[in-house]
Design a protein around this ligand. Structure first.
Ligand SMILES: NC(=O)c1ccc[n+]([C@@H]2O[C@H](COP(=O)([O-])OP(=O)(O)OC[C@H]3O[C@@H](n4cnc5c(N)ncnc54)[C@H](OP(=O)(O)O)[C@@H]3O)[C@@H](O)[C@H]2O)c1
Length: 310
């Protein structure tokens, strides 16, 4: 096992915080967590922290000179899909341009870039997808993330990993946006009716399982594209029903709706979701089934959960 100096960007986000938490438990990683805020949002961890906006190219260079990472895991992104549709310049600057600059800086320093990407690079016509499927994004977020992937492939001279994922849920400190599981739990606990789409299929991903998959890719020095998601292929509506079942909440508050009726600013791909056999066979990636993951989330949140049916 090689000793790695790991730089994590976007470390105050859902995945970033989870990666910091899990990777700092391994003595073979020297971690530096970075994010836009002056301070980390998570409690003082056993790793360093420095503020870093990845669109500030000079700051990125300075940080590489100081820390000399061997691996960079880029979790920083503009992730609100409708915001990306409406604020295109800002979105491109973070999700595409800054990623290209990170990749070139990694090449200069001989570091491997692990770029976290998305199922939204696909059009959703025929998911679940394998790694070699042809991307064809249907919204601006997807286009910006695909441009980020392409910048990594062009700049990194083979020393790159793209870890794509799907509909990530979990909890962390002071998140700047919610996620599907927390949103359903929060609304149903307050007896608020919600509308959830019946025509978007996904393989939802529990953030700790995703962090585990990424750690395994780093540990085994894997390069190339890997799909890391859950393995249950279901509609977002069915996922919400599972949340209600596990957390013993009133499922009658969950109203079905179609994507057309919902009318969000950005189009969403219909059937995405991933086949994760490559990561399973090469690095032993083994995400929990959705019921088990939701029970783990309940334990983390300190909320009562139903007992699993035999
Ligand atoms: N969540 C999903 O369902 C999902 C699905 C597929 C792929 N992904 C990918 O997974 C990765 C991690 O996302 P996540 O779920 O952890 O989302 P997240 O919680 O929104 O985390 C993204 C983080 O990036 C930070 N960020 C934005 N612009 C930045 C900049 N210029 N410099 C430094 N940091 C910046 C954000 O900071 P602020 O907190 O200050 O805004 C946020 O903390 C992203 O690449 C995303 O595209 C996510």
């Amino acid at each position: 096992m090689l000793f790695h100096r790991v730089l994590i960007t976007g470390a105050n986000g859902l995945l970033g915080q989870q990666l910091v938490h899990q990777m700092s438990a391994h003595a073979e990683y020297d971690l530096l967590a970075t994010a836009r805020d002056l301070q980390p949002r998570f409690p003082a961890a056993s790793c360093g922290y420095a503020p870093l906006d990845i669109t500030d190219h000079e700051a990125v260079k300075r940080l590489f000179d100081d820390f000399t990472p061997t691996v960079v895991i880029n979790c920083a992104a503009m992730t609100k899909v409708d915001q990306c549709e409406n604020e295109r310049e800002a979105c491109w600057s973070v999700n595409a341009d800054a990623v290209g600059h990170l990749a070139r800086t990694c090449r200069t320093h001989g570091a491997r870039l692990v770029q976290v990407s998305t199922d939204f690079v696909f059009d959703g016509a025929d998911g679940p997808y394998r790694e070699d499927a042809r991307p064809n994004p249907v919204n601006f977020y997807g286009r910006s993330k695909l441009a980020g992937e392409n910048a990594v492939r062009e700049a990194s001279a083979g020393n790159w990993t793209i870890a794509r994922t799907v509909l990530v849920y979990g909890t962390a400190h002071a998140l700047s946006r919610t996620n599907i599981a927390l949103w359903v739990i929060d609304n149903l606990r307050r007896s608020n009716p919600i509308h959830v789409v019946t025509d978007q299929w996904r393989t939802p991903t529990y953030a700790p399982d995703l962090a585990d998959g990424i750690e395994k890719l780093v540990r085994h020095n894997k390069t190339g594209i890997y799909h890391l998601s859950g393995t249950d292929f279901l509609t977002v509506h069915d996922f919400a029903l599972q949340v209600a079942r596990v957390f013993d909440l009133d499922a009658s508050l969950i109203n079905p709706i179609t994507s057309a009726e919902l009318g969000q600013d950005a189009d969403r791909p219909s059937r995405t979701g991933f086949i994760v056999l490559k990561a399973a066979s090469e690095v032993g990636y083994k995400p929990r089934p959705v019921g088990q993951a939701l029970r783990a989330l309940g334990q983390h949140l300190g909320l009562p959960v139903s007992t699993p049916s035999p």
